[in-house]
Design a binder for this molecule. Structure first.
Ligand SMILES: C[S@@+](CC[C@H](N)C(=O)[O-])C[C@H]1O[C@@H](n2cnc3c(N)ncnc32)[C@H](O)[C@@H]1O
Length: 263
């Protein structure tokens, strides 16, 4: 894989173990209400889920829009498209969710056809976040909202991992993220995309159980694939984090920036 396009290629092709880790990592759980509140999702809306992953958010959105609403789910990974189709079918929601495999950053949707577009932990990976937000604004009707949720990977904090060790792993694996500081940048990018109103909230839920361990293991994998790492440091980070999870002493905080932009 070329490091230049790694941030996208590593989603198009996901090795089996990482795919399985995502099944557990992306469960929405009880954070869903807080993350979605500013989007104001309601019955009968037409909503897009951009970068749907294994489909947990698509199911949540389909439940919220009800039988008279519709969800358009999109992803660039073919396995996630299949998993989302299966997940919504298993929940009896297939009729109200259309799942589409995307091969570009353009939406196969008419102008002004959506009430809401939700993009959760995906803007960090797109080629050009400003172009994507402009494209989303095109597809959302006047008065509708684009709700972007994302991390700022320079603000994630872990303990008891050594601060410099973690910074080494992040720097060595940084090619996996197109815009790693997307959290702090989304406000300015949304203003630049021409939305009429842009609101920002930050939700930070401490992780004591090791939910973020998959992210640490994945980032260690990206660092190893990049080949610019010190293996002793990368191994130490994974070992310290894994041991802390086993011993119940793990702590992580990965603030989620919620940017709600009105068309
Ligand atoms: C971190 S996961 C988030 C999945 C889901 N939104 C969630 O929060 O559970 C990122 C997702 O975005 C998808 N993705 C990455 N780049 C994309 C792009 N340019 N267009 C559409 N989907 C993309 C990946 O395949 C993956 O499913």
């Amino acid at each position: 894989m070329s490091l230049d396009s790694y941030y996208k290629d590593h989603w198009v092709e996901i090795e089996p173990e990482r795919l399985e880790r995502y099944e557990a990592q992306f469960i929405l759980g009880n954070r869903g209400d807080r993350l979605l509140a500013p989007a104001d999702i309601a019955a009968e809306q037409v909503v897009a889920d951009y970068g749907c992953g294994p489909g947990y958010l698509s199911v949540e959105l389909a439940n919220r829009v009800g039988p008279m609403g519709h969800v358009h789910a999109f992803d660039i990974n073919a396995d996630f498209v299949e998993r989302t189709r299966k997940r919504v079918a298993d929940e009896g929601l297939a009729e109200r969710v259309t799942v589409t495999h995307l091969e570009s950053d353009m939406l196969p949707l008419d102008d002004d056809c959506l009430d809401r577009l939700v993009i959760k932990n995906v803007l960090v990976y797109v080629d050009d976040p400003l172009a994507s937000l402009r494209e989303f604004r095109r597809a959302v009707r006047p008065g509708g909202k684009v709700h972007a949720i994302d991390s700022d990977f320079y603000m994630a904090a872990f303990d008891p991992i050594d601060i410099d060790d973690w910074r080494h792993v992040l720097d060595a694996g940084i090619h996996a993220f197109r815009t790693p500081a997307i959290g702090r940048k989304m406000y300015g990018i949304a203003l630049g995309a021409g939305f009429s109103e842009v609101a920002v909230e930050v939700v930070a839920v401490p992780d004591f159980t090791g939910r973020m361990l998959s992210f640490i293991i994945n980032t260690a994998g990206y660092a190893r694939e990049g080949g610019r790492h010190d293996e002793a440091v990368v191994s130490r980070v994974v070992e310290v984090a894994s041991r802390a999870v086993e011993e119940g002493t793990f702590f992580a905080l990965n603030p989620q920036f919620l940017v709600t932009a009105t068309v």
